[in-house]
Design a protein around this ligand. Sequence first.
Ligand SMILES: [Zn+2]
Length: 173
Amino acid sequence: MKEVLIIVDMQRGFLEPGRPLYCGDEVRERVIPKVVDLAERKLKKGAQLIFTQDSHEPEDPEFKMWPPHCIRGTEEEEIIPELSGFPGIRVKKRRYSAFYGTDLDRILEELEPDLVTVAGVCTDICVLYTVADLRNRDYQVQVYADCVDSFDREAHEFMLRHMEKVLGVKVLR
Ligand SMILES: [Zn+2]
């Protein structure tokens, strides 16, 4: 069985204290060890890892909604040091979905995965829209509830149920 693990936006801009869109200490302490462990397990099983990175131009219209973050070429754009050494394909994106304006479609068409596991942050934003676009393309998707996280815990729980009931994702708790 061919497996892909997509690790969404595990970047310094979201997981390092003091950054404008820092997810918070609780998320940081909770999710990083879980995702590192998952990445190790999936690599041992021969899965292809794909890391998405939020990557914006300085004048991105997204900054009308959010403070400027993860600008191309800055430290914030980098994968966190706990994961940066892992082998994998890097996909830089400028919208919530990792498919929008990227090569992800073509990459997955070549890999032809039987199962795609999605991990990372935030459950209710970039994870959600990437998962939805995977399901629109009929990929089998699974999510470990403790390998995704959000600064908004209520939204995290709601979106896990939404993924399960509406998008047909296998949510493992
Ligand atoms: Zn962004």
